[in-house]
Design a protein around this ligand. Structure first.
Ligand code: ATP
Ligand code: MG
Length: 660
């Protein structure tokens, strides 16, 4: 702890009351949290099992857990909770499920499942936009802690009334499926804690000290959870930066920063002013940019580091050429500066922007890791296998049943399934059970009935085998017995395609190896966590990610691509006047870089078959011109020459690789 500066030290040692550390990027906020956990355990003698730290992503949680483990000796860190708000909510519900009206092994619906359910509740032919809009409304209502009844009584327009009714029905269905959605993971615990003083007291005893990272991005429901868990004594430390609030679109409420002082009048606020991450030029660029935003809190941020290299500004022809240039430069910098692949990160505004980058990196055989958590889970084959596992773990999960029954394809059409759903509802049983009831099946067309019976008997067999199998072995067994593996083989044109997808499935089974407990219980607990897990180690690879996902991270070299009007700031944000939030996003992106920052934009973009002219982002004009090195400004780096050189370099490496 000797290396902490005095302000950081004060923040670590202050445990008498509620504390907010409000400070800019790279000033050591996350460091304070890690050090403070160690301090609480070693100096204040608080058992680690009574401490909970909340991070914004699972990956951040994992990193923090590892850092703390290194700081503590032996098993002093045993039982420490480092997790996200959602995982904490899930853990709460696993323990208190009965109070929330849930049965053991309940399912967590992911965004797709929820959208599917909503679609059924909306009038036939509702457009995807309408589904999204309603989903957004429901999510907002849940984040604001409204029950369906409250939403109905507050509804002012026919549209809101309709949405509230759909909310009620949606919630009933979820209940029938013994399932919750992501928003419920916070809303239900808040509900229970708010109305049950004994329960709240028990949880405050369980969690005696709470630490929250990235506090500026909590939404109302998360803030309520924090408040309820911390209790009136306010045994917590929150750290955050209002300039890095980038999740307003998901209900994050930066006003929670101010709210904290109102709800806890004895709140102590400690600023941190030294940035330890960025070179001076990078920090100056970030500070100059963000000064264009209105500020509630005055913050200073300075760095002791050297000036560093100028920020490079690239003008590229289009996204493909930009990607090639990025790939070639990474390859060059890695060599010349003796860096690791994982020292590089390429950041973009929208996930679709990753495609040309992936292609260019693949061509140069540069290992990369595309983060975004769900990308892996969104793969068709993974979703299919997951649906089977979910049916096994929770027979009530009709959404999973509906996916599993169609993978691999069986002669069971949607009309049959609708009929089955009705029969199941009448019989008061889930669809996966109804599928195995001869009496019910008889009322359906013979072929479809046979398909359903076959499905039900495979599920039965797997469930009985499950008792003696570890979850990962069960996963392998399900892959074969379900017919998914055979179907996958038949579907893939070549062996390498098959192997690649097979590897995705193996990754799922590897991940299940971490399950606590065996059999179906172990499986269902582990599955419930899956939606929030970032599986797969990124390892030694270049990191590709959205700017949103980069929050809290740092890299020696950062490339920000697509710095164009319409992309960053995003078109919709320009239209809706949400420029401040876009500027904060740019601020987050810039402050990820330690030594080298490259910003690039394209001159044109092909969209719907048309060639569009692009203009550089207005944010570039807000950066200190003296710290930028534009293409063609340095004597030897003439734009054309530079572009040609990149091209040559890129094709040289690519053809070299193609030959070996
Ligand atoms: P962000 O706002 O981006 O989340 P942060 O405020 O959480 O940033 P950290 O990630 O904790 O900042 O720290 C930034 C970098 O500075 C890290 O590499 C960390 O190890 C380093 N650092 C923090 N405090 C000190 C210190 N007192 N001495 C030296 N290095 C430090
Ligand atoms: Mg941080």
């Amino acid at each position: 702890m000797a290396s902490l500066n005095p302000a950081q030290m004060e923040a670590v040692r202050y445990t008498r009351g509620p504390l907010l550390v409000l400070a800019g990027a790279g000033s050591g906020k996350t460091t304070v949290i890690t050090e403070k956990i160690a301090h609480l355990v070693t100096v204040e003698k608080l058992p680690a099992a009574k401490i909970a730290a909340i991070t914004f992503t699972n990956k951040a949680a994992k990193e923090m857990r590892e850092r703390v483990a290194r700081r503590l000796r032996g098993d002093a860190g045993e039982g420490l909770t480092v997790t996200t708000f959602h995982s904490l909510g899930l853990r709460f519900l696993m323990i208190e499920h009965a109070k929330a009206g849930l049965r053991r092994g309940f399912s967590v619906f992911d965004a797709d499942d929820s959208a599917g359910l909503l679609k059924e509740l909306l009038p036939k032919g509702a457009k995807p936009d309408a589904v999204d809009a309603v989903k957004h409304l429901l999510s907002r209502a849940k984040n604001d802690g409204l029950s369906p009844e409250q939403a109905l009584s507050l509804a002012q327009s026919p549209r809101e009334r309709e949405a509230a009714e759909i909310y009620a029905e949606y919630q009933q269905r979820l209940n029938a499926f013994n399932a919750v959605d992501f928003d419920d993971l916070i809303r239900l615990p808040v509900d229970l804690l708010a109305k049950d003083e004994d329960l709240a007291a028990a949880w405050r005893e369980r969690i005696r000290y709470l630490l929250v990272d990235e506090y500026q991005d909590t939404n109302t429901a998360q803030y309520r959870l924090l408040q309820l868990l911390a209790g009136p004594r306010g045994r917590f430390t929150c750290v955050g930066d209002d300039d890095q609030s980038i999740y307003a679109w998901r209900g994050a409420n930066p006003e929670n920063l101010g709210q904290l002082g109102k709800d806890f009048p004895e709140l102590k606020v400690i600023p941190l002013e030294q940035n330890y991450r960025c070179s001076r030029r990078i920090l100056r660029a970030a500070n100059t940019l963000i000064a264009n935003n209105p500020h509630l809190y005055e913050k200073k941020l300075w760095s002791e580091h050297a000036e560093g290299e100028p920020i490079r500004l690239w003008q590229c022809q289009n996204a493909e050429q930009e990607a090639e240039r990025v790939a070639a430069e990474i390859s060059f910098l890695k060599q010349s500066r003796k860096l690791e692949w994982s020292d590089f990160s390429v950041l973009f505004r929208g996930n679709f922007q990753s495609r040309p980058l992936e292609k260019a990196l693949q061509l140069l055989r540069i290992p990369y890791h595309l983060s975004g958590g769900t990308a892996y889970l969104d793969r068709g084959e993974v979703k299919d296998l997951l649906a089977w596992l979910r049916v096994l773990a929770n027979p009530d999960d009709d959404a999973a049943f509906l996916r599993a029954i169609g993978s691999p394809k069986r002669e069971v059409g949607s009309t049959t399934l609708a009929k089955l759903a009705e029969l199941a509802r009448h019989a008061g049983m889930p669809m996966s059970k109804a599928a195995g009831q001869i009496g019910l099946i008889k009322q359906l067309p013979a072929r479809a009935g046979a398909g359903l019976s076959e499905f039900a008997s495979i599920v039965d067999r797997l469930r009985s085998e499950a008792r003696d199998l570890a979850p990962s072995a069960l996963c392998q067994r399900a892959l074969e017995s379900s017919g998914l593996l055979a179907a996958l083989r038949a579907q893939c044109k070549d062996e390498s395609g098959f192997q690649r997808r097979r590897a995705n499935l193996d990754e799922l089974s590897n991940w299940l190896e971490g399950a606590k407990g065996s059999g179906l219980d172990g499986l269902s607990n582990q599955l419930a966590l899956l939606g929030h897990a970032d599986r797969g180690e990124a390892g030694e690879a270049v990191r590709l990610m959205s700017m949103h996902a980069a929050k809290g991270l740092e890299f020696a070299c950062v490339f920000v691509v697509g710095v164009e009007e319409g992309t960053l700031p995003h078109e919709a944000s320009i239209d809706e006047g949400r420029l401040d939030e876009e500027r904060r996003l740019m601020y987050v992106a810039i402050t990820r870089a330690k030594q080298q920052l490259v910003l690039s934009y394209s001159r044109e973009q092909r969209k719907y078959g048309e060639l569009l002219r692009l203009t550089p982002s207005r944010f570039i004009d807000e950066l200190p011109a003296d710290d930028l090195l534009r293409d063609g400004e340095s004597s030897e780096r003439h734009a054309e020459v530079q572009q040609q050189r990149t091209k040559d370099r890129f094709s040289a490496i690519a053809s070299l690789l193609a030959n070996d």
